[in-house]
Write a protein that binds this ligand. Sequence first.
Ligand code: ZN
Length: 319
Amino acid sequence: MTKSFMIGSLLGALLVWAVPGRAAAPIRVMLLDGEQGGPYHAWQETSPYLNKMLGDAGLFQVDVVTAPPKDGDFTAFKPDWGKYQVVVANYDVPDERWSEGLKTSFEQYVRNGGGLVSVHAADNAFPNWKEYNLMIGVGGWRGRNEKSGPHFYYQDGKQVADTSPGNAGSHGARLAYKIVNQVTSHPITKGLPKEWLHVPDELYANMRGPGENMTVLSTSWSDPANRGTNHDEPILMVLSYGKGRIFHTVMGHDLAALNCVGFIATYQRGTEWAATGKVTQKVPADFPTADKPQTRAAYNPPAGWTSPTGGPGRGAPRK
Ligand SMILES: [Zn+2]
């Protein structure tokens, strides 16, 4: 082999590597944060972990878009939704935070095929924004009640829409809970264990909303001994809104809850599905089983970390 041939081969290899479009283009993701209902939802510390999970999947190109704070100036906040295939919402604000124009721009984005991923308390946001609630299907707190829609849960293997009156949104102490995949043929849940154990987290219950075009993929039994409902409450949901796909996960209260391989993998898969309608990721070998939760050292909270506390007032319900 001549030297020039070798250099030529090397150059050729480099050119092949550098030609754009040979590998699939990364999925463009907006990770939206900037406010939550209280310091117990520390978005400043959870967003970097949510971002790292997408980076580690090797499929996504993520821009973090941080909305102005509560008393901030929103006049220049006009996200270029159209640049992204999916928006991951780590964001919980009251109805009045966004102008009608901003809300309409987001509705158009999803209706025209943009994806949305609602993480944990993002389903507390915007209780009276009708279109947002159509996207997420069900939500809790911020004054939601039977007027927001039925309480959706599973009973005897079937989805129930319970219209009896009551406030929306509750949870008990953060304990480990078992998740059951009610739908195993969906790209997000396909190949996962039928049942798997989640690390200690809030098990949202009494979630209410329009629930249109919604499929509950996974549920968990809400234990009355831990202020639960005795129903199988929705944990993972998929929805459509116009041409847009929505993945809704109620897990992920804090850094400890995010460090569950089940959370990580379903979030990575759900984000890909919301963006493209497909899941190309393999189920990780360390996925939890029905009796064994799994965490990853790379997602351990920092040394000395404790779950943030505090809220709007003494005794106020935690979300
Ligand atoms: Zn929470």
